[in-house]
Design a protein around this ligand. Sequence first.
Ligand code: NDP
Length: 403
Amino acid sequence: MAKRVLILGAGGVGNVVVRKCAMAPEVFGSIVLASRTRAKCDAIAADIGGGRVQTAGVDADRPEEMVALIRDVRPSLVVNVALPYQDLAVMDACLATGVDYLDTANYEPPDVPRFEYRWQWAYRERFEAAGIMALLGCGFDPGVTGVFTAHAAKHHFDEVRYLDIVDCNAGSHGRAFATNFNPEINIREITARGRYWQDGSWVETEPLEIHRPVTYPGIGPRESYLLYHEELESLAVHFPTLRRARFWMTFGEEYLTHLRVLQNVGMTSIQPVRIQGVDIQPLQFLKAVLPDPASLAAGYTGQTSIGCQIRGVKGGRERTCYVYNNCDHAACYREVKAQAVSYTTGVPAMIGAMLMLQGVWHRPGVWNVEQLDPDPFMAALPRQGLPWHEEIDQPLAFDDVPA
Ligand code: NDP
């Protein structure tokens, strides 16, 4: 039976989620799109047309506003694709109203860039007791990378031991400097110290200290930088046989030079500075002057390629598996007026929402995607526009396995 969904956030990702949900009326019978700036919701709803999407304005940082909106809309599920700062307020509102919850990024306190699950995992018992579900990190990374790992562990390995998540954007948007998703979150992530999981503990690096070329399918070699990325935390917990888990992302020279200059002049700082009696956070100001990620979509060319390279054992023998998706920016624009970074986040959020609403993935409590059966999700990915490929027992980009 078709259900009602409340989608929160009308940015690059929200635009994709709402359009993909609107294409599946048998699951999403009724759709409400709410965000801080209602005009953005109205513009998307008008473009979709046919009265398919209703809109609302809400400040999700204000729990009472969020609760009132949920009571008014009465959805079966809230899909939170606003910013990570809102996660806990929205989870509180879901608890108060008995409604399921899904997001694509873990909670982050505004004053410390942390990227940790502990605040949201602390809701587990309360969600369980209320009989409702929270699905955390259901974008691409985190999200599909967890599903890919669960799929490989289920079908190809007795034990997964080494995981390298490789994320390449080989697209070109023609701007000197822009971020592909929310600039504030993106820059916080990249300028943070690097970190990876090894032999039961975290190894820290300087920001972007470790890098090497990785060859991406259909793209070729690209310099890839070791970053901390939030899914490493949950994957290390949920796959305890992992001896090492790392995350790599590509950046061009031009991007890194701009970033270095912005950092050197203090523009990426989250410490407020007082200007003419007003406290301004430099990074928030920078966000305001950088291109809106959604505006990069028209004219964006090239592909993204994101996947998991896994080494482990099967039947007593060493095995490798590389499972990945390539996504074309221009094709995304033709389909939903988005670039591939928004698309590869929004489509998995829609699939997670669909599986929850259909009861296929419904389980009270707080869950990361890799804890659920990967099969229905893997089956839905190509149907919803994200075909995946896998190579078994082929050489991987990384052979630096410790003895
Ligand atoms: P954008 O900045 O483009 O959009 C964010 C939206 O949230 C805007 O519409 C904004 O409203 C709205 N918003 C912000 N604060 C509030 C608030 N207090 N109340 C209500 N609405 C609010 O971001 P993206 O679409 O690029 O990213 C959305 C989310 O997806 C982020 O959490 C990001 O970290 C995550 N993400 C996850 C990825 C993954 O693979 N897992 C990859 C990429 C992104 P306004 O227009 O008024 O500012």
